[in-house]
Ligand binder design. Sequence first.
Ligand SMILES: Nc1nc2c(c(=O)[nH]1)N[C@H]1C(S)=C(S)[C@@H](COP(=O)(O)OP(=O)(O)OC[C@H]3O[C@@H](n4cnc5c(=O)[nH]c(N)nc54)[C@H](O)[C@@H]3O)O[C@H]1N2
Ligand SMILES: Nc1nc2c(c(=O)[nH]1)N[C@H]1C(S)=C(S)[C@@H](COP(=O)(O)OP(=O)(O)OC[C@H]3O[C@@H](n4cnc5c(=O)[nH]c(N)nc54)[C@H](O)[C@@H]3O)O[C@H]1N2
Ligand SMILES: [Mo]
Length: 790
Amino acid sequence: MKDDKDISKQENKEPSAENPFKLLNLKVDKVHNWAAGVPAVMASIADLFEEKTVLRGGKALFKMNQMGGFDCASCAWPDPDEKRSPIAEYCENGAKALAEEATTKTTPAAFFKEHSVYELSQHTDFELGHYGRFTEPMYLPKGGTHYQPISWEDAFKKIATHINALDDPNEAIFYTSGRTSNEASFVYQLFAKVVGTNNMPDCSNMCHETSGTGLSPTIGIGKGTVKLEDLHDAELIIIVGQNPGTNAPRMMSALSICKKKGGKIIAVNPLPESGLMGFRDPQSPIGVFKETKLSDLYLPVKINGDMAFFKAMEKMLLEKEALAPGTILDKKFMDDKTVGYDEFVQQFADYDLNVLAEESGLTMEQLEEAADLLAKRKKVIFCWGMGITQQPNGVDMVREMVNILLMKGSIGIPGAGVCPVRGHSNVQGNRTMLINEKPTQDQLDKLETHFGFNPPRENGYDVVHAIHAMHDGKIKFFFAMGGNFLSATPDTTYTARGMRKIGLTVSVSTKLNRTHLVHGLESIILPALAKSDVDIINGKAQIVSAENSMGVVQSSKGILKPVSNQLMNESNIVCNMALATYGTTGKVDWSRFLNNYDAIRDSIESCIPGFDNYNERVRQRGGFYLPNGPREGNFTSKVATGKASFTITELPVNTLEVDEYMMATTRTHDQFNTTLYGLDDRYRGILHGRRVVMMNEKDMAREGWVEGDKVDLFNYNDDVERIAPLFVVVPYPIPERNTMTYFPETNVLVSVNNVVKESNMPASKYVKIKIRPHDPNIFEKVKEAELAYV
Ligand SMILES: Nc1nc2c(c(=O)[nH]1)N[C@H]1C(S)=C(S)[C@@H](COP(=O)(O)OP(=O)(O)OC[C@H]3O[C@@H](n4cnc5c(=O)[nH]c(N)nc54)[C@H](O)[C@@H]3O)O[C@H]1N2
Ligand SMILES: Nc1nc2c(c(=O)[nH]1)N[C@H]1C(S)=C(S)[C@@H](COP(=O)(O)OP(=O)(O)OC[C@H]3O[C@@H](n4cnc5c(=O)[nH]c(N)nc54)[C@H](O)[C@@H]3O)O[C@H]1N2
Ligand SMILES: [Mo]
């Protein structure tokens, strides 16, 4: 790093879009068969210690997810409606997320004076995140090597100048990550529409877009239908492509309650994730040492083998129904509440169970056991995560899970339904607040009536379209409300090229990440208050609100003293930007919303259904549920009002060349998306290393590889060579020819054109790769490949 201090040497160097290609001292331990317990409690305490924030963080932990406290930033899992643990309604990963925010480490102007953008880009994502919180707005001028401080006023002026200079409003993009409160989301989307664009890509476009796309036309709502109590009361929960132990740890409490009440659990996952197998309850003095077995049946599907599994279940249910009519399927429910069943059942004559077993990667015995569990139960819930939504046929798979529930009448009754497990803490609320590149005409009409301006009517760019538009040089202004666009999106090299062509990139952020380093011609960082930070307006601590995975809108009130008095809340950032761009005489009176969440909530109430008496109800203990027709059995499919719809989907044909492997990308236990808390994946027993590729031992033996061997990974979609150099092979219980790696490191291998049908999400759990022994000259080839990759 030292010799990089000479600025003149850095001027021509392009900041790196990727993590340094460095291996750590990888240690491979055993795979855990239970999650949480004492190590989880210790890990959460350790995180707060490391961040020197034990006092701040400790105090805050007791307020997290409590009534009147603040909403945990880690995931969208709901809090119990009434009974909350008096100690803490949080989990290890919630504590880590808090430690990240509560840190007292900062990156003030002096930090940026010392470190050039290029130099910072040579640091790992782990290092970048651990420099601490931003303290003041920073600006990188055209051709500049170092970020320099800028006043809020000047930052807003620069933004306004760029927006006012656009030839076409669609040259602007407004990205959103999923943490932004309802209030900030509402003014943010309003601002984009006043600018004149629906270019609002968001993290949903990489996350649960697939779920909404599949659910809306079949049941009439793009969200889940269950409440937390439904999970407790279910007779069978089928968890597909989701890793609750790491990504929604509080879900394990709900699963263990279900088990205690006699419910059964099936886990469908290529990996035997510890949080699916067993649970030691960290909130119970006894439970912390003694585990509850979670899954009654673990089904190790092949990557993308799920559709074959679903179809096998349906065929088996039909066979069982034929043997004992009226005992397995709910004919009355189907007659009263659904359309399309007769056409739907016809397809099964063409399916052979042996072929479905082969395609799913499961044995006939496993399929039979699953069908037996399903046949006898009515209160059935499907939970799913990224293992489904990031598959090319994810939308169809969502519809297929709906088909199964419809056959059994298992939707719209207590203890049953669909449960897409959302990611970011307010990703669902962002959408409800109209952050959507495809707003409906009805939603736009309401804005038009309330605000008296004509919002843009044509669809905008989603994430994948945005990347293409950037790359094609069509984008002059990019604004990110949180997140880490460069690292979270696919095809890192391609995306980086696109980002570098933009006139001005602006990030509203809490901490440094790679998007700040791979920027437009000019770049601005605006430091925001985080959820746990107290937000004082006119001497009073404010509340904002968010919607969880189950449609409950709840208030959140930060309590920590911000690390700097220059941090601004996201709503005010939008309002000030709008005032700088349009003054006080524009289409919307922004000054009314400045410093006034109640005024924003009043407008939300006028424009978005379900928010009646918002200001009053948001202050109610535990918040309020948004209307959800399907939850009450009132469906509206694309073909009929009052009815849900069966869908006929295709069985995918999955083929691999002899030297190809299927790769899914996933999260370690020590990361939140692109934020790295640490370098371990404790439950999977992979410690101190992220450049790993998990492989079946038989595949390794066939290739002649042993644990620790170094390899390079390649992808050839679109006839382009994409290279992820220097990975280490780790033997893992995963189906043959399947591999698992961590993102963001392997996003470089995911083609921007490898997308989910209909939802246009990156299919980042379905990437065909080739694996070759590590070539010491590979780094040169990486550079060449980058240059050749236009
Ligand atoms: N601590 C922590 N919490 C988080 C996050 C985080 O990064 N860290 N991220 C948040 C966000 S934004 C989200 S969206 C959620 C994500 O939460 P999850 O949906 O759990 O996300 P992933 O870790 O990507 O992987 C899900 C699972 O899919 C499995 N899988 C891969 N391919 C297939 C397949 O073909 N079929 C099946 N059946 N399974 C498959 C993987 O083995 C893995 O267990 O978590 C949220 N919560
Ligand atoms: N290959 C692959 N790629 C994936 C996925 C995958 O499974 N595989 N998962 C996808 C999914 S599900 C998602 S949701 C996306 C996530 O994509 P993003 O939401 O864009 O990414 P994050 O890593 O969550 O964003 C982290 C950054 O947000 C900022 N931040 C944190 N807290 C706050 C806050 O309170 N306010 C503001 N303004 N900023 C804040 C910090 O600067 C931090 O660096 O990634 C997707 N990418
Ligand atoms: Mo997500």
